[in-house]
Design a binder for this molecule. Structure first.
Ligand code: PLP
Length: 336
């Protein structure tokens, strides 16, 4: 065989190059799941060093930090990252990493990425941003100063509920080098077909995120005016406490909407049971709309911790179906 023809890129190399470019990173690593990608990043912190985690984040992330990495010697505290005074107060001499998730899962709180980076960098720590909810189509954490971005590509990047995957993007030389080492040494890598599926999904990402955001705006407007709903959380609402920061750091507000039922937990469970177009399921970020009860489903592992979520909360992943069907479905589900 002649050696002058370059070898074709493997599906994983092609995916890594594409997603790194979308995040504006010089390095990208595809993992077998979002949690595997997170695990590699958390392993870059040595035993005895300290990580500040959000007090509102995906339950599995908190479980990984508190039940896997803390017993192995990493010191971890959770803090409200939208409160910079609280972040400064929680700081320790050995703090090496701040873990940001914005918008957060499931409460859709917004963290000011640039402000957290300024504070962390001045004290010598790196900042990781979980960009799963916003995606690079709506938010560019590295351009805002973050040192690494992590994704569950299972969600919007894959976009079709048919693959599990994760991704780390970074231009930080030392961090990227260490993640690259762990990627190879621990081997939590995706197979070629999973890489192909994520890569195919990423091609329609920008288009899908536009539709998710537009339909979520219509859903949020319906919920805000509904008497059964006590509170709506969607960063596009001007009443959302993080709206101004979101408007500054995001180019759209995304497709995730959470709301609380005035009548409490049973009412939340009843709404989840009554929808027909929104399917009851834990995942998010795909073309079809999903509904779930975080307290009993995605966030049941953080019950009793500072990350516990309200029992009357419902989380929607607004899909790309006809928005009129979504609004009709929610209206009938909210009307016993
Ligand atoms: N990050 C966020 C924000 C998530 O919502 C999830 C999963 O729900 C993960 C990370 C973990 O990803 P995976 O399920 O691909 O391991």
């Amino acid at each position: 065989m002649g050696s002058s023809t370059p070898a074709p890129a493997t599906p994983r190399a092609a995916l890594e190059a594409h997603l790194a470019e979308l995040e504006g990173a010089s390095n990208g690593f595809a993992f077998a799941s979002g949690l595997a990608a997170e695990d590699a990043l958390l392993r870059t912190v040595a035993p005895g060093e300290h990580v500040l985690m959000p007090n509102d984040a995906y339950g599995g992330t908190v479980r990984l930090a508190l039940q896997v990495h803390a017993p192995a010697g990493t010191r971890i505290d959770t803090v409200d990252l939208s409160d910079l005074d609280a972040v400064a107060a929680a700081w320790r001499p050995e703090t090496r990493m701040v873990w940001v998730e914005t918008p957060t899962n499931p409460l859709l709180a917004i963290v000011d990425i640039a402000a957290v980076c300024e504070l962390a960098h001045a004290r010598g720590a790196v900042v990781v941003v979980d960009n799963t909810f916003a995606t690079p189509a709506l938010q560019q954490p590295l351009a805002l100063g973050a040192d690494a971005v992590v994704h569950s590509t299972t969600k919007y990047l894959g976009g079709h509920s048919d693959v599990v995957g994760g991704f780390v993007a970074s231009s930080h030389e030392r961090l990227a080098e260490r993640v690259g080492f762990l990627h190879n040494a621990a081997g939590a890598v995706p197979g070629p077909f999973d890489c192909y599926l994520v890569h195919r999904g990423a091609r329609t990402l920008a288009l899908r995120m536009e539709r998710h955001s537009a339909s979520a705006a219509a859903v949020a407007a319906l919920l805000v005016d509904h008497p059964a709903v006590a509170e709506v959380r969607w960063p596009g609402l001007p009443t959302h406490p993080g709206h101004d920061v979101a408007a500054r750091q995001m180019s759209g507000f995304g497709g995730m909407v959470s709301f609380r039922l005035a009548a409490g937990e049973q009412a939340a469970l009843d709404v989840c049971a009554r929808t027909r177009v929104f399917t009851l399921a834990e995942s998010l970020g795909a073309v079809e709309s999903l509904i779930e009860h975080p307290g009993r489903m995605t966030h049941s592992s953080v019950a009793g911790t500072t990350n516990e979520v309200p029992a009357d909360l419902v989380r929607l992943s607004v899909g790309i179906e006809d928005p009129a069907d979504l609004l009709d479905d929610l209206t009938q589900a909210l009307t016993p």
